[in-house]
Design a protein around this ligand. Sequence first.
Ligand code: A2P
Length: 273
Amino acid sequence: MSVPTITLNDGTTIPQLGFGTWQVSNDEAEKAVSSALQAGYRHIDTAAIYGNEEGVGRAIASSGISRDGLFVTTKLWNDAHEPEDARKAIETSLEKLGLDHVDLYLIHWPAPVKYGDAYVKAWNALQEFKSEGLTRSIGVSNFQPEHLDHLEGETPVVDQVEMHPTFNQAELRAELAKRSITPEAWSPLGQSKDLQDATITKIADELGVTPAQAIIRWHLQIGNIVIPKSVTPARIEQNLASANVELTDAQVQAINGVDAGNRLGGHPDTADF
Ligand code: A2P
């Protein structure tokens, strides 16, 4: 299985297809991440708020895979944007994961409704964590262009946002491209809702692949980092095998046309958590 890599704007490389763990409980995480690592995933995405960093850490420890061969992302929760809180948060995440550094640390949401512009202070803290070696790269999640405008110093390497065929974020992706920020898709399958879309199922049939594989391959071909989540071993393997599928340009364009503004999660400007 050959998963493509992307070189981020700070020169580090990331496997473009990773394993997502949102809505995987701590108990399930060890099993799911172990299945993923066994299948060949080398990029795991978690977050403090998911409550599963210990399970993820146990799977990493028992995998026998060298630390250098793995890319691990975790995220700073919204209530810890003040620098001292952020430091405690990354230390706690590293302890739970059983790691001395992560590969990518993200501000999970800008959270302006509840915490104002504290995310700007959090960004300064992340730059310190990077220089101290607690994380190799730093980025953001759920940031709109106006939030990016307020950040000083380094440019985030990624913006991890909700993206799937019925919510393809074309405008935001164009804005990120201008800023050399790589788009990363959460809920890349639309939490499984986009799997039934008629255009997707038609293209999957044409290619002799599953709808999930057609969607994951579309993300790869339009340049997204993609982190599908599954707790089902056969799906975990199937999703990774999307790396071997190839869509024609016409099929990519057809999936681009599926967009319906179908946001499933919170809006970064109005989310009140
Ligand atoms: P499960 O975890 O029970 O296997 P997203 O990554 O967009 O949030 O989507 C996750 C959802 O999609 C989960 O409900 C997951 O189910 C389901 N899913 C993941 N991979 C596949 C697949 N290959 N086929 C069908 N459903 C899938």
